[in-house]
Write a protein that binds this ligand. Structure first.
Ligand code: GLU
Length: 486
């Protein structure tokens, strides 16, 4: 083999991973998953997780995006141990490395104008070759370089090896090998001296002693360039793992068409962070058939051996199912804190009810409502019936209470029921047999009492079990609401 450069890595080092977002927008699901994998890998090995903001694209980077990314990571609980480091604050360091490389000869000044570079690329394309820089200004032993034009500021190019290949064992994709002749002499510094993207990544990964680079596979093409520069610097190479992208259910790259792609849209839509973490963890990684697991369990299991080579598909129904799982597990007081503001927006009244009693305890109501809720919004919608005055539909009230056919039996039963309500012990255990006694005494069936009762108390025919509804409203509210029908 020629100057084959298979990667030697130091895996005995303490694990140091990083998440390196470009702050050009919100934290999207793909970015969050990359962050989660990097974070969990560091946690698994008791290593260090670093947050690095790649903000050198001044046109597209914004402080709002930095905020949004940090907020998204905080919501998910992906805490970083070092950083955030901002590339814009490391410019001196990049310039220092460029200067050192100019001295050691691994990079060179290139005075070709952009037009000249385009012309040489065009020529290569025409000749059926892969377009690249033709090496006009690349110094070689015995080669005479052109005279330096007085009117031009040079870029700095990396002296990519001409022979051999770059090869690395990608922890997700397996061995990837690229011939060096496929690669250009990359511009690492622009005419004004500012370093370019790949170069900053290299210097950062080197300085930050990153041991494992876990990132989206849209960066696979950058990796051989970065490896070559790292080698020229004499750096220990990290291990690379390129995670396939997330697709929508239709097999297309995940985008807004598929619903929310910003992580922070999910708390707004009533998802819990532990559900999102669990769901993201399973997008492209598996541990047998395990579907639901805690974040602690995930960190204990997570390794790079079970990352999938093929793209994962986002499935909103599954995320909703996972969310329902965590809603059922969640503490009701915590859910109340999330649900109450949603209900207030819908006009729910949490003040003590009707001047006579306390509003039903929201945590208890949630305990009753959460079983079938996929989101906190669904809990809120279901819980509203306890926090607004009922406006029963007149036709339904007629049907279940006033109509001649029912009134003769139902009305006396209601009077009896209301009377017993005054003295019965006010809890489900006592209310349930009391209702049964009323039914027996008046030869009625449960729906004949429960339906009109539901209408009068809540304005709707569907509610949780009536004895539970009664308990939660409290004696005073129940008697108050029944009063006008007796
Ligand atoms: N800044 C890059 C991005 O947001 C990530 C670079 C890397 O992980 O090496 O896509």
């Amino acid at each position: 083999m020629t100057a084959s450069t298979s990667v030697t890595t130091s895996t005995s080092q303490p694990v140091r991973t990083r998440f390196a977002p470009s702050p050009t927008g919100y934290l999207h699901l793909g970015g969050a998953r990359t962050a989660l994998f990097s974070w969990a890998y560091a946690r698994h090995f008791g290593g260090t997780f670093i947050l690095r903001v790649e903000d050198t694209d001044l046109e597209r980077s914004t402080p709002e995006a930095v905020e949004a990314i940090i907020e998204g990571m905080q919501w998910l609980g992906l805490t970083h141990d070092e950083g955030p480091f901002f590339q814009m604050q490391r410019m001196d360091r990049y310039r220092e490395v460029v200067a050192q490389m100019l001295i050691d000869g691994s990079v060179y000044y290139c005075y070709s104008s952009p037009e000249e570079v385009e012309a040489m690329r065009e020529k290569m394309r025409a000749a059926g070759e892969k377009p690249r820089y033709d090496g006009t200004w690349r110094p070689e032993p015995g080669k005479t370089l052109p005279a330096i034009p007085s009117d031009r500021t040079p870029v700095v190019r990396f002296k990519n090896p001409l022979e051999g290949e770059v090869s690395w064992d990608d922890v997700v994709k397996g061995t990837i090998t690229i011939a060096n002749r496929e690669m250009d002499d990359l511009v690492i510094a622009r005419p004004d001296g500012t370093p370019t993207y790949n170069f900053c990544v290299v210097v950062d990964d080197w300085d930050m002693k990153i041991t494992h680079v876990i990132r989206g596979d849209d960066h696979v093409n950058n990796t051989p360039r970065q490896i070559n520069i790292l080698k020229a610097l004499g750096a220990t190479l990290p291990l690379y793992g390129h995670v396939p992208m997330i697709l929508g259910a239709d097999g297309e790259k995940l985008s807004k068409r598929h619903g929310a792609v910003s992580v922070m849209d999910y708390p707004a839509q009533g998802y819990l962070p532990e559900a999102m973490l669990n769901y993201l963890a399973r997008l492209g990684w598996s541990h047998g058939n395990e579907e639901v697991f805690s974040i602690e369990q995930f960190c204990a299991w997570f390794d790079l051996d079970h990352l999938s080579k093929s793209p994962a598909q986002f499935n909103a129904e599954k995320l909703a199912w996972v969310n329902n799982h965590y809603i059922k597990l969640a503490d009701n007081e915590r859910l109340a804190g999330l649900v109450q503001p949603l209900m207030e927006k819908e006009g729910a009244d949490f003040t003590d009810g009707e001047g006579v009693t306390k509003a039903p305890d929201l945590a208890k109501v949630i305990g009753l409502m959460k079983e079938r809720a996929n989101t906190t919004h669904e809990i809120a919608a279901a819980a509203m019936l306890f926090y607004r005055l009922p406006t029963p539909d007149a036709a339904l009230l007629d049907q279940h209470f006033h109509a001649e056919a029912v009134a003769a039996t139902v009305k006396p039963a209601f009077a009896d029921f209301a009377e017993r309500c005054k003295t019965v012990e006010w809890n489900k255990a006592a209310l349930a047999p009391m209702i049964k006694e009323v039914l027996t005494a008046h030869s009625l069936k449960m729906p004949q009492i429960a339906m009109p009762l539901r209408l009068m108390l809540t304005g709707q025919l569907q509610t949780p079990a009536i004895d539970m509804v009664l308990e939660l409203f409290g004696r005073e509210v129940v008697l108050n609401r029944l009063q006008k029908y007796l």
